[in-house]
Design a protein around this ligand. Structure first.
Ligand SMILES: C[S@@+](CC[C@H](N)C(=O)[O-])C[C@H]1O[C@@H](n2cnc3c(N)ncnc32)[C@H](O)[C@@H]1O
Length: 380
């Protein structure tokens, strides 16, 4: 077949570079397919079924998982060629090696990587509608996504909730003691409420409030609090752009919530205003730079910009928002937090979590200082 005429930027066409790119692209095709099938492996319980099973036939695996064997055979084909499951052709049996099961099963939560694989399928569901938005602008609302809140809750249960007590709350000196004694805490954009419930359970003398825009997430949060018999946590569907509870809280937490806001400047200013003087804002967001050129070696660069295009940016644009996007970056985050009035900002990266950055900052006792200055000015 004749090669199409190639347009090049220079006269030199690097054949080796072209070949290497084609290999890279095909590898990406296989890797993304493997993520979709791994999501299925997680959701159907196939990984959990195969965990610890000796060499088994398709029928044994399908029966163990309570699934149709024709589908399981095809899924196993992807898993074997993708290097996840091992295969013995002599007796046509399969095995999930312990070294792989260690990263793929519910038993190893919070280190179950197959939870994260679900994003590829969640995002794939809206591809056609996102293409429309490429032409028209605007965005897709949260309710357009199948299983967004469910997947988000599972993901942050691993990255945030599991690390709250031992790694995240200790980032703010003295915070655990305050929580033990009893303080008022607000979790903004609380999603399905797992972080707030976990803190409410650990610190019964403190009171917790969780606000989220989405009714379905709040319903899940209320059910979780009820299941756990918690009476010190309240969840309400509420847009935090309209928060108006001046100096109502000692601690505000915001886990992965700023970059998908329609109006992040107002939200940060509201968080500042609902904090008592001396209060703490603990915020988690995606690690990375605001500058594309500094993200070239980002460990999840393509994934970050993809989830932004397909979810975080679009949900903001859908509300007429600014569409910061997932990769808004640490430089812009620091600038916006400082502009909102926060002081003493310290950024932390945790060894268990290469995806996120944790920001701890204060609302200083400025109100008292201002009052004093006013009084002096008035000559009182
Ligand atoms: C990426 S999710 C994080 C959820 C949760 N914090 C977690 O870590 O699992 C962002 C959440 O912010 C909520 N959200 C976005 N804009 C909001 C707003 N203006 N007011 C309240 N919640 C909002 C969304 O509904 C969503 O549940």
């Amino acid at each position: 077949m004749a090669m199409p005429e190639i347009q090049t930027h220079t006269d030199e066409f690097d054949e080796a570079k072209s070949e290497a790119f084609s290999d890279h692209f095909v590898a990406a095709l296989n890797a993304s397919s493997l993520m979709m099938m791994s999501s299925i492996g997680h959701r159907t319980g196939l990984f959990d079924t195969m965990d610890g099973m000796d060499w088994s036939t398709v029928q044994q695996i399908a029966e163990g998982a309570g699934l149709n064997d024709r589908y399981v055979r095809e899924w196993l084909g992807a898993m074997v060629t993708g290097g996840v499951v091992e295969y013995q052709s002599t007796d046509q049996t399969y095995r999930l090696p312990a070294e792989h099961a260690r990263w793929l099963t519910r038993r190893v939560t919070p280190e179950n990587l197959s939870v994260t694989a679900q994003w590829i399928s969640v995002l794939g569901c809206v591809e056609t509608r996102i293409i429309e938005k490429f032409k028209t602008g605007g965005g897709l609302h949260y309710e357009c996504f199948e299983r967004f809140h469910e997947t988000m809750a599972e993901e942050s249960a691993q990255t945030v909730v599991a690390a709250l007590q031992n790694h995240i709350l200790p980032l703010s000196k003295g915070l655990a003691d305050q929580l033990q004694k009893g303080i008022a805490v607000l979790d903004v954009g609380c999603g399905s409420g797992r972080a707030a419930c976990s803190m409410a359970k650990a610190f019964p003398a403190s009171t917790f409030t969780g606000y989220d825009l989405c009714e379905d997430a709040i319903e899940a949060a209320i059910s979780l609090a009820r299941e756990q018999g918690l009476d010190n946590v309240t969840f309400l569907a509420k847009d935090i752009t309209t928060l108006d509870e001046p100096e109502g809280y000692d601690l505000v937490t915001g886990f992965d919530i700023v970059h998908d806001q329609k109006d992040p400047v107002t939200v940060l200013s509201n968080i500042y205003s609902v904090l008592k003087a001396g209060g703490t804002f603990l915020m988690q967001d995606i690690a990375g730079s605001s500058y594309l050129e500094k993200n070239l070696d980002h460990p999840i660069g393509p994934f970050g910009y993809t989830i932004s295009t397909m979810h975080c940016m679009t949900v903001s644009l859908a509300q007429g928002g600014v569409g910061l996007g997932t990769m808004w970056g640490e430089e812009l985050a620091e600038e916006m937090l400082t502009d909102a009035g926060f002081t003493g900002l310290v950024k932390h990266k945790l060894t268990h979590d290469f995806i996120n950055v944790y920001y701890v900052m204060k609302k200083e006792h400025v109100a008292a200082v201002t009052r004093q200055t006013d009084s002096e000015h008035l000559g009182c």
